[in-house]
Design a protein around this ligand. Structure first.
Ligand code: GLU
Length: 293
């Protein structure tokens, strides 16, 4: 059977505007897709209206455009996908892989992560109206997989103790479910993302298996640190990208990815820079550890 053609994606959560760290991730996923003649998609992971905002969505899309990072298909919004997440939850419940749970964090902590009410049996909606989360039932496993950049990976997953929430008590779907449902639905073959998400991967592998779909390949790139050694993030007040200087931003992002763009390229437009980057992209030059700006 011929190999499926490459489909990658960049999937930001709109908790704020794009910063330099997210540009590096977006660029790496874009170049990985483009140098394989693949498709590159953008998905806005707006699942949590309390942390995310519409202006941030617009800013992210505007920044991507200013940097020439144009998706090959219509941008997807997770806020439009609730129906699909409900369907996935029903399928998981039917196969005993999702259950209702009213335990507070405090209660679980007091019981070493175990559910005192035997929640794992509660796959049917409970009669009482107490708000409950839905959790995914993990299997005890030493999960192994191959990261396209970091090589062989291994993570221990503990059933019950690690079971992630997939639908929060407040009614918001959670990342661990939505990311898998959409990667499946969009036919994503390759995920390129920051290594801060590496620890999510073993659980996601189990969610893919429970939804009876082969997992994509994963490639985790090092995260970009600020001067204090913290990950560049919205929480750490990383400044928004300056959309007026896309050439310099892209040039710097390429350098962070270990590539060697010629000096004069930084004065060019995004199209020329991305053109150069597509022909010269060398995955093996990406630094193995987190790098500071
Ligand atoms: N939405 C996630 C974030 O912004 C990334 C999801 C992923 O790439 O798997 O951190």
């Amino acid at each position: 059977m011929p190999a499926k053609s490459y489909r990658g994606r960049f999937a930001p959560s709109p908790t704020g505007p794009l910063h330099f760290g997210s540009l590096v991730t977006a660029l790496a996923s874009y170049l990985e897709a483009k140098c394989r003649n693949g498709q590159w998609l953008v998905r806005i992971e707006n699942l949590d209206p309390l942390r995310e905002s519409t202006p941030a969505v617009h800013q992210i899309l505007k920044s991507l455009q200013a940097h020439g990072l144009i998706a090959d298909e219509k941008v997807r919004f997770q806020s439009d996908r609730h129906q699909a997440y409900f369907q996935a939850i029903d399928a998981l419940r039917l196969s005993g892989k999702a259950y209702y749970c009213a335990c507070s964090r405090k209660l679980l902590k007091a019981h070493g992560g175990h559910h005192p009410d035997q929640c794992r049996q509660q796959t049917q909606p409970p009669a009482e109206a107490t708000p409950r989360a839905l959790r995914f039932a993990l299997e005890d496993a030493e999960v192994r997989w191959h990261d396209e950049f970091l090589g062989p990976q291994q993570q221990v997953v503990k059933a019950e103790i690690d079971d992630p929430v997939i639908l929060r008590k407040e009614g918001f779907f959670a990342y661990q479910l939505a990311v898998v449902v959409d990667d499946i639905d969009q036919g994503i073959t390759d995920v390129v993302r920051g290594s801060d998400l590496l620890e999510m991967t073993a659980q996601q592998l189990q969610v893919f298996a429970a939804l009876k779909t082969p997992a994509p390949r994963w490639l985790h790139i090092p995260v970009i640190l600020n001067h204090d050694g913290q990950k560049l993030s919205k929480q750490n007040h990383a400044p928004a990208l300056d959309d007026q200087t896309p050439g310099i931003n892209l040039w710097q992002a390429l350098r962070m990815l270990g590539q060697r763009p010629p000096q004069e390229l930084q004065h060019m437009g995004p199209e020329q820079i991305l053109g150069w980057a597509c022909t010269h992209w060398q995955r093996e030059l990406i630094p193995r550890h987190s790098v500071a700006v």
